[in-house]
Design a protein around this ligand. Sequence first.
Ligand SMILES: Cc1cc2nc3c(=O)[nH]c(=O)nc-3n(C[C@H](O)[C@H](O)[C@H](O)COP(=O)(O)OP(=O)(O)OC[C@H]3O[C@@H](n4cnc5c(N)ncnc54)[C@H](O)[C@@H]3O)c2cc1C
Length: 369
Amino acid sequence: MKRRTVLRAGLGAAAVASYPAWRYYRGSKSRLASINAVTSLGTEVTVDASVLSELATSIRGTLLFRDIDGYDLARRIRNRTIDKYPALIAQCTSAADVIEVVSFGNHFQLLTAIKCGGHNIAGNGTCEGGLLIDLSPMRGATVNPELRVASVLGGSLLAELDEKSQAHGLVTTAGTVSHTGVGGLTLGGGLGRLARRYGLTIDNLLAVDIVTPDGELRRASAEEHQDLYWAVRGGGGNFGVVTAFEFQLHALDRQVVGGEIRYPFEKAREVMSFYAEFCQDMPDDLYVDLTIFAPPFGLDSAFYLDVCYSGLISDADRVLEPLRRVAKPIKDEIKAIDYAVLQKDSDDSDPRGRGQHLKSGFVRTIEPA
Ligand SMILES: Cc1cc2nc3c(=O)[nH]c(=O)nc-3n(C[C@H](O)[C@H](O)[C@H](O)COP(=O)(O)OP(=O)(O)OC[C@H]3O[C@@H](n4cnc5c(N)ncnc54)[C@H](O)[C@@H]3O)c2cc1C
């Protein structure tokens, strides 16, 4: 959308759409209606139908409004306890779409949220009454095996990054649930099974293409817009919409040794004390994540370690032997496994899809109670 046209339309002048708007948004084949939306200051603004019509024709993606087919699915995020209704959802297909939508949102100062994988537990991937920029149509990754660099579109999920990289025997640190968004995970730091070996996801972030709030597409890296490059490595979605990420990759055999080892719940205290010490000196190519699950209502409790050893397979038994010795496991599922398959192992156990309440915090040491 041309900014001057938005300005004119925003001031009440009649804007003439060059195409019938209904061709470009889902739902009934009637003309768009004006909407009321919330600004970032919490005030309400009316966005004229003619402006929406022009926005609809200027992007290749889809505009969704309440009561339109597809709106309800698009507004949902993974944490089902969060139930918000954006005034407008813009499903962007390209950086060009994002530029149009950000300029539009900026003009009306709309409360804006960005959704990639929709996994953010606090619900930052949506908003009530504002503009939701849905990047889910922007998915895909390509790998340059010579440079060992992955280029990933801004709405991609981790599975795309893992699978495309592993096809070339390459990898970078990504999270443990494969349907998490690359966007939110990377911009928040990014921990995963290879973080002890290769650092956080942001340690491997070489560059981003980002549409900043002024509607400009910029490239931020160690060479260009260094301040922005610094900001996106941990600053979340606060500095613009990232339309593409570039990651440094590392060589990794497809086969790692990993899986869960479960202990009797009554051994939890013993194994946790062991875990606290073992983690201090374990090799960087070993990842061990502890889970205690003690649900109410008499449901089954569980206590297990999630393991990934990415060093030499021939060393795995020796390295993992202490985990098998500390207590007699009730289930030992650690085995040689394809890394990309292991990365999907926890997909079903992700509690966000069940709408549970989560809290988080940091512990520096595990002390006996
Ligand atoms: C059970 C569970 C397991 C988890 N496991 C891990 C793990 O192993 N490792 C780890 O590091 N984290 C993990 N997380 C945290 C997860 O990485 C964050 O919740 C992350 O925000 C999810 O990203 P998303 O893109 O799916 O979320 P969304 O809700 O889509 O987005 C989250 C935030 O990122 C912003 N954002 C997303 N994409 C973009 C973009 N392209 N441009 C600009 N801003 C954007 C949004 O504005 C929003 O603020 C876990 C969380 C839970 C609840």
